[in-house]
Design a binder for this molecule. Structure first.
Ligand SMILES: *Cc1c(COP(=O)(O)O)cnc(C)c1O
Length: 239
């Protein structure tokens, strides 16, 4: 799919309105959660997770004032990033998916922040590939299936990142386990963040909260919420 010079398709106006409406609703949810938590909405970065959706939607979101874009697969992200850049639109790409070592060279070319660093091999491969911000992904329920390091592995992984001048340790990330109350998950992540910040005061980011649980995440200090379906619509099931 190609983007015309003005970023629209024949049916572009319909999609523009759809995204604008969804964005208002998500911004209201973020504002409500911040009000309930006594936080400033300016502390919470909305990352629009555009996986499975075209580059044209990224361009639309950027024009609507959402410059932070998340993707979870390098192949899709790399080609979308090239398309968006070719359209002359500037966004910050966040890599939020499971990362393989052999993709690091590609990811650092477009990514501003990698949310999913969970093992020492990735630290070495990213640092060799270039300069990028890093969040440590933590597995809150110790289930390796969804990625993330174990809680007790955080200090060593943080030290490995901090030892590489090419990498900037920015904070932590987690996905709430499906069978946990989100409050339990995000309270635990807040503790992990607090311990990390005691050692690395600049590692202030907490990437937590998706479409269904952003309120709980903001209640426990999320600085980045990763929102896909509530903004873009329900994705077809992934293979
Ligand atoms: C897809 C994805 C999201 C967004 O999920 P929604 O439920 O659609 O908001 C957030 N984080 C990660 C890691 C994802 O893969």
């Amino acid at each position: 799919m190609t983007i015309s010079a003005d970023g629209t398709f024949p049916d572009g106006a319909v999609r523009d309105r759809e995204l604008a409406g969804a964005l208002v609703a998500v911004r209201e949810r973020i504002a409500g959660a911040c009000a309930a938590a006594g936080r400033d909405p300016g502390e919470v970065t909305l990352v629009a997770v555009t996986k499975t959706y075209p580059a044209a939607d990224v361009v639309r979101l950027a024009r609507l004032g959402v410059p932070d874009i998340g993707e979870n697969r390098d192949r899709e992200a790399a080609s979308k990033a090239a398309e968006v850049a070719a359209a002359g639109v500037d966004v910050r790409w966040h890599f939020v998916g499971r990362l393989q070592r052999n993709k690091c060279r590609s990811v650092v070319r477009y990514a501003h922040l990698v949310h999913s660093v969970d093992r020492p091999e990735l630290v070495a491969a990213l640092a060799k590939a270039g300069e990028v911000g890093v969040l440590l992904q933590v597995s809150l329920d110790r289930d390796p299936a969804r990625g993330g390091c174990l809680l007790e592995e955080v200090p060593a992984l943080a030290a490995a990142v901090a030892a590489r001048p090419e990498l900037w340790l920015r904070g932590v990330m987690a996905v709430a386990p499906i069978d946990w109350a989100p409050e339990r998950a995000f309270a635990l992540l807040a503790e992990v963040s607090e311990r990390l910040r005691a050692e690395y005061p600049d590692a202030t980011a907490i990437s937590a909260g998706m479409s269904h649980d952003l309120e709980a995440a903001i209640g426990y200090g999320a600085t980045h919420v990763r929102i896909g379906s509530a903004l873009l619509g329900n994705r077809p099931p992934l293979g």
